[in-house]
Design a protein around this ligand. Sequence first.
Ligand SMILES: Cc1cc2nc3c(=O)[nH]c(=O)nc-3n(C[C@H](O)[C@H](O)[C@H](O)COP(=O)(O)O)c2cc1C
Length: 442
Amino acid sequence: MSESTNIHLAADLSFLHTDYLWKSPGSWIGYPYYGSSEFYEDITRTAARGVMDMLFFGDTGGTPEDFGGSHEAAVKYGAKWPRHDMTPMIPIMSKVAEGVGFALTVSTTYHHPFHIARIFNALDHVTKGRVAWNAVTSAYKNEAANYGFDEMMDHDARYERAQESLEVVKALWNSVERDAPILDRESGIYLDPNKVHRIDHRGKHFNVRGPLPAMPSPQGEPVIIQAGLSGPGMDLAATYADLQFSTRRTIETMKQHRALLDNKLNEHKRSPRDIGILWSIRIQLAESETEAREQERRYLESIPPQAGLVEMSAQFNMDFSAAKPGMRLSDFVDLIREQKGNLGTFDELVKTVDPKQTLEEFGRRFMVDRILVAAGTPRQIVDKLEILHNEAGANGGFILGRGFSAMDNIRGFVEHVVPELQRRGLSKKKYAGPTLRENLNS
Ligand SMILES: Cc1cc2nc3c(=O)[nH]c(=O)nc-3n(C[C@H](O)[C@H](O)[C@H](O)COP(=O)(O)O)c2cc1C
């Protein structure tokens, strides 16, 4: 859903408290750490100044124990750990600024669709129509074990369950018609019972009677985001999503991705404008490209040499500490497939990373090279964003992945890059309306 050709702007807040950002110069200075809301309240105010559409929290309910076969490295360095449930943060954030929306990740593999429908309906009410659900199938072993699975469910089976979960959630959101509430004190009629429906869903994975015992929320259906890159992931997006996140790394793969999604949308009798894509990108603001490269060098020097492999191990359920010298990414294709994890993301790396690079070499670059990068002056950054956006069909925008300092990175983007985007007419200068749906369409 991005009827406009504007660049829509979001920021991924998932790892601002971990992944060595917690110790970067300037990070978290003056704020209580993580569990407290002040930092996130200020980010919300900053995002609203930049007329950004959305702030996003990813989630996995697990502790990575892939690298070296234990949680030691993840916990010692704070690599994708800890992960609090960020649900309570959203109502607090929504109180401090209008316009900006909030996306929360909840797994279709481990959470029941009745619970998901109910939580997002409630969040949509308290945020006055500014919430989105990032529907994920959860690709991590320790998380699976926390929810009682000795073995992680197969990749495609997770997506089959997700299809049914989304069908149920949508049916529940629509089980109370928008004009059902009457609330007429004189007649004493609360809702029109003819406009409240059971869904009577009986499926392979879920039986749900309905209706949702809740008033229709401001958006009716909170925005649905899907972020899988594999075939079944793209199918799920084409069936149900309003928005997709993508970690494609080159213009060529971005174009292929957009074309594939458009074809699938066509098969589902939907149009390309029904789904905008937010491409993950690291924005590195500096006085010059040379200075941006210097910042990158300083960051890489400040983190342990194996940091990238620790993160890759967590992302792909694979112990990369055991890799033999000289091995390359392509040597792991079959092994990664057996781990049932983030198949689409690994395929993208194999497709786009220099095939001559060894795992050790790429592991060092992973922390700075895993997603698209735009680095340099505001003008250079906007030049790059404009090219990427137009080449990929001008249908969505960008989600800021982690920069090198938490808060300053988003503040710098809003103060220096957004004005240049707005000056060129590439991003909007004010919010179109109170709800996230309206803003994603304008
Ligand atoms: C930008 C982006 C953000 C994601 N956020 C999460 C997340 O918060 N939690 C999660 O379990 N998976 C997350 N994923 C993983 C996907 O939703 C999906 O489960 C994973 O990529 C495996 O599916 P695939 O093989 O279709 O790519 C994210 C993926 C992308 C590209």
